[in-house]
Design a protein around this ligand. Structure first.
Ligand SMILES: [Zn+2]
Length: 509
């Protein structure tokens, strides 16, 4: 008991120091709270929205950016869902999107969700065919309010939360983990990862898999128990935040790591087997610069923060930057201002390149990566290769489909939520929008070039009611349904493709 208290006390001091150091080092653009400035994340953001900030939040060099004062920009924005019927309507919509530089939130063969300023709606309707002018409905009416709700609120700072979150499992109270009551900023996540490594050294290791364009470390947690034989274990890699604004992907990867780390050696044979048989690599924030940018400057930023050939349009889409069927320059997304800009050449995006290099050296050192789960949002889908073309089919399509259906079932058993299973090309809707493709994806690259047999892109909650601005109440249930999915995946791989056990619902943390 005394030993545990000492460890926790040391942990508290450690996290406090790390957090303070992280803030100082990073030179956060949002000031550490003082009596004269707003004290919560929500207050800070609200100050920007409604002009009550006493300190400018943007660096001078950012003021020339197209997204000058970007949060106030969303006050006038709305998200609309347009129904699409037939190729001619899809082509017209695609043209309109490219002409008006609209932000596509989601696209399927039957609908497209678009964020735009209210004032742009008549312009868009003008260029669409008559048949489409009434075929739309609002998804998110007040974007600014919805965005505001995703920031932590009601506390002086998010930092004091993390140590308490760490205390929960050791007291046996697993129902109210404060860390998962809110989305968390990068400095808290990194401090939390360091703490997990120090508290659970027997099966947790903090890795640095590379460096971002702006010089931040890209961290991952490796969870696994070394085999007594010293034999290399197969690895399963789980990534979040390839797209910065998809915050639920970050919290979900953190949740999965936490559930596995704290569930080990607690009389759950399933979790014990997972930790003993595989090395799990949890990488919550691949697009680390973009993620920080969503907290400090633009909640809906998607790409990384690398300069492009156009000084006023920064950023490369990390999920289109890989060297497999990289989009040709003729494709419409080959515009640095587009949210889907793949870069001028394969692997120009630094974070994608670093991640691929890290995986490559892991494989060359003898570790086999058997599965990759790339978490995104939104639309509740489990997507398998290929992304680049709907005509090309992977050689082991049947196995991929079978496993994906099983994963969807594991989710359904846990929470009742329905996740669609389809190919990435169909699911991401590029087929439905002429002039765009899903080339250069992480999914296809790891499948075709890295020979990872079971790669999936998983689009998490919801199906469009909140889109990227998913309320934080979904963090725990989304994490729990994905943890049941992990259990099924592990069982499937151990049983060599024919899981014998039915995966029952797990308790939420
Ligand atoms: Zn995404």
């Amino acid at each position: 008991m005394l030993l545990r208290r000492c460890i926790l006390l040391a942990a508290l001091i450690y996290l406090d120091l790390v957090s303070a150091a992280t803030i100082q080092k990073r030179g956060s653009l949002i000031p550490v709270p003082t009596p004269a400035t707003p004290r919560t994340w929500k207050d800070r953001v609200r100050a920007v929205f409604f002009g009550r900030s006493e300190q400018p939040l943007q660096k001078k060099k950012e003021q020339t950016n197209r997204r000058h004062n970007p949060l106030s920009h969303y006050v006038h924005d709305i998200v609309l869902r347009f129904n699409i019927s037939g190729p001619s309507e899809a082509a017209a919509m695609s043209d309109a999107i490219n002409t008006l530089y609209l932000d596509v939130w989601s696209a399927t063969s039957s609908h497209v969700d678009i964020r735009m300023p209210r004032g742009t709606v008549p312009l868009l309707l003008d260029v669409l065919p008559e048949s489409m002018r009434n075929a739309h409905a609002p998804l998110v009416q007040s974007l600014a309010d919805a965005a505001l709700e995703t920031y932590p609120g009601g506390v002086e700072s998010p930092l004091p939360h993390a140590p308490q979150a760490m205390l929960q499992p050791t007291t046996g109270e697993r129902s109210d983990i404060l860390f998962f009551q809110d989305y968390q900023p990068l400095n808290v996540i990194v401090a939390w990862m360091k703490l997990l490594e120090s508290l659970f050294p027997s099966h947790v290791e903090l890795l640095t898999i590379g460096q971002s364009f702006e010089g931040r470390k890209i961290h991952a947690l490796k969870v696994g128990r070394e085999k007594s034989s010293g034999k290399k274990k197969k690895a399963i890699v789980i990534t979040g935040a390839a797209h910065a604004r998809e915050w639920i992907s970050v919290s979900t990867v953190c949740y999965l790591a936490y559930a596995m780390i704290t569930g080990f050696s607690r009389d759950d044979k399933g979790i014990d087997t997972m930790v003993k048989e595989f090395d799990w690599i949890f990488l919550p924030t691949l697009n680390v610069d973009g993620y920080v940018y969503t907290w400090e400057q633009d909640r809906l930023w998607r790409k990384n923060r690398q300069p492009t050939s156009l000084a006023f349009c920064k950023g490369i889409d990390l999920d289109r930057a890989y060297n497999y069927h990289f989009d040709a320059p003729s494709v419409s997304s080959y515009n640095p201002c587009s949210d889907m800009f793949p870069g001028g050449y394969p692997f120009q995006a630094q974070e994608s390149r670093e991640f691929a290099n890290w995986a490559d050296s892991l494989i060359k050192n003898g570790t086999k990566i058997v599965s990759l789960l790339d978490m995104h949002s939104y639309s509740q889908e489990i997507l398998y290769p290929y992304s680049y073309s709907c005509e090309a089919h992977p050689p082991d399509l049947e196995n991929l489909e079978e496993l994906a259906m099983g994963l969807a079932k594991a989710i359904r058993i846990q929470s009742g939520e329905h996740y669609e299973v389809t190919s990435a090309c169909e699911g991401t809707g590029f087929a439905g929008l002429p002039g765009t493709t899903g080339g250069g994806s992480m999914l296809d690259y790891f499948y075709a070039k890295m020979k990872v047999h079971y790669p999936f892109q998983i689009k998490l909650r919801d199906t469009g009611s909140h889109g990227f601005l998913l309320p934080k109440e979904n963090i725990v249930p989304t994490g729990a349904e994905m943890f049941n999915l992990l259990k099924y995946l592990s069982q499937f791989l151990l049983d060599d493709g024919s899981p014998t056990a039915v995966i029952k619902p797990s308790d939420e943390l």
